[in-house]
Design a protein around this ligand. Structure first.
Ligand code: ADP
Ligand code: GLC
Length: 491
């Protein structure tokens, strides 16, 4: 039995803007069900107490210096199931806001303080919880300072025995970069603020801090683990990542198949399975009706769900749709993100009302119905650390059309790779014509019902269950705890 504390700025089902929330929520549950003692530290955002009234205040007062002032907070606990406690950090000034990170497309101006406070709370609980966590696993830039707080504590008298730490990089493109002056909020010696530590070209870099001071590093697919050590994908941190290569592991995320389930999932009207796909056809008609498109099973229905940001290839998707909307197809989009992309897709829907329907917003139930109703799902990402949507699409029998990058390349099989096991369509070049060509292949596949059926069977049979992922994490936790090398040696 291992005692593991996770830290994350979002955790499903309490808060979510993307796959990070799904990953942390599912990893915590899987580890607890395997008999480990697990805690998760995350902010108490607006709306959580109303949805989870069983939350209980814990006797864990928080009172930290944050630069020149002191900030107080509390901790609320939720016993989710045996061995799993969620620790919500209650600091209304920081977290009681309508959105997690930004308002109207602009980051909150105090994000450095908000997430340094969170990192302090995570490190504090890692050091003081009565069940004494032995491994702290943090995620992304928002919690990147926690390994440094632990590292610093270890140097203080009487604190030799601190938890080991692991950082998962879910997305290297978001680093939490702030002006150097914000480092004051950490209340740490300036000796850490060097190019070998927290500093990145004169600025404070929260993700780099985590990469530098965490004992072991993971990212969310094997291909992305290789990619981020190259200048092309390294976002300026490839040198440090190459340096830490021996402590960096690519572990593919899993899928919570209790949640993403076609045979008894709560959000879809007509349940179905690979042995009986009639429900899928019925869901398609429901989705067409819901999205205001002509109901017709014979028209191939494409969909896309996600953050409308450059990473996701939304510009390339717009170009490809422009090229393809002359043909007989429909397209539905569920997404939220950069206002300029939101407007562009809304405009497309206005120009092609019988072919394109766009829903701007975050809607978990609709995301399941889109996967259940679509024939094909587009993910033309510029880069993709893992990607969960394509894994959900596979299970829902919606054939993913993906660019061969990161986790998309690791999880989808193209007919050119393996004709018997093909479950999706891949393209390599990041361009609208390349995606349009892939859409044309999908249209050909749609006209070949037997082959389409075979693709669907392969897709629905693919297994990305969490058990495997959690086992891999346990291996690297152990690796970290055996502490192959001291940090001073490795960096
Ligand atoms: P990322 O984490 O980069 O956004 P992933 O594919 O890993 O990409 O995960 C995205 C997750 O967020 C999926 O669970 C997806 O269903 C969900 N999601 C994204 N946008 C929306 C939306 N507008 N409404 C509902 N769910 C969404
Ligand atoms: C990030 C990545 C995505 C990944 C998710 C969960 O948001 O963009 O590819 O699936 O984290 O790890």
């Amino acid at each position: 039995m291992m005692k593991i504390l996770l830290g994350s700025s979002e955790v499903h089902p309490y808060s979510k803007t993307g796959g990070l929330a799904d990953m942390v929520g599912a990893l915590a549950r899987t580890l607890a069900r395997a008999g480990h003692r697990v805690g998760v530290v995350t902010p108490l955002y607006q709306g959580i107490p109303g949805r989870f009234p069983e939350l209980k205040p814990l006797d864990l007062p928080l009172d930290f210096p944050l630069g020149a002032r002191r900030v107080r907070g509390g901790v609320l606990g939720l016993e989710v199931e045996r061995g799993l406690t969620i620790y919500f950090i209650d600091q209304p000034g920081f977290y009681q806001r309508p959105d997690l990170y930004q308002s109207h497309g602009t980051d909150y101006p105090d994000n450095a303080e908000r997430f340094i406070f969170l990192s302090k709370a995570i490190a504090h609980l890692a050091l003081h919880l009565s069940w004494k966590p032995e491994l702290l696993h943090v995620n992304d830039w928002q919690t990147g300072f926690a390994p440094l707080f632990i590292h610093h504590q270890k140097r203080l008298p009487g604190w030799g025995n601190v938890p080991h730490s692991c950082l998962t990089i879910h997305n290297l493109a978001y680093q939490g970069l702030f002006p150097a002056g914000q480092y004051a909020a950490a209340n740490l010696p300036w000796e850490y603020f060097t190019p070998d530590g927290v500093e990145f070209y004169g600025q404070m870099n929260c993700l780099k801090t985590g990469i530098r001071y965490a004992g072991v590093l993971a990212t969310v697919s094997p291909r992305y683990a290789r990619e981020i050590t190259t200048p092309e994908f390294g976002c300026g941190l490839d040198g440090l990542l190459r340096h830490r290569r021996r402590s960096l592991f690519g572990i593919l995320n899993g899928v919570d198949y209790d949640e993403w389930n076609t045979s008894n999932g709560p959000y879809i009207k007509h349940h179905y399975s690979s042995g009986n796909l009639r429900g899928k056809a019925a869901n398609k008609l429901e989705l067409q009706r819901e999205m205001g498109l002509p109901e017709d099973d014979a028209i191939p229905l494409f969909g896309s769900i996600g953050r409308l940001v450059e990473q996701k290839g939304v510009d390339v998707m717009l170009g490809a749709l422009e090229e393809m909307l002359g043909t007989r197809l429909q397209f539905v989009l569920l997404g939220t993100g950069t206002p300029v992309f939101q407007r562009a897709y809304q405009q497309l829907a206005r120009r092609f009302p019988s072919k394109v329907s766009v829903q701007i917003g975050f809607d978990e139930a609709l995301s399941h119905r889109v996967e259940a109703g679509c024939d094909f799902v587009l993910m033309p990402s510029r880069f993709e650390p893992c990607g969960l949507n394509q894994l959900y699409s596979l299970r829902f029998g919606a054939i993913p059309i993906v660019r061969a990058t990161g986790g998309l390349d690791d999880t989808v099989i193209d007919v050119r790779e393996n004709p018997d096991k093909a479950n999706g369509i891949k393209f390599a070049e990041y361009s609208a014509p390349a995606l349009a060509k892939a859409i044309r292949k999908a249209l050909v596949l749609y006209q070949a019902p037997q082959l389409l059926h075979q693709f669907r069977q392969n897709a629905m049979a693919a297994d990305f269950s969490w058990k495997h992922t959690a086992t891999e994490y346990l291996k690297i936790y152990r690796h970290g705890m055996e502490g192959e090398k001291s940090l001073t040696e490795s960096c």
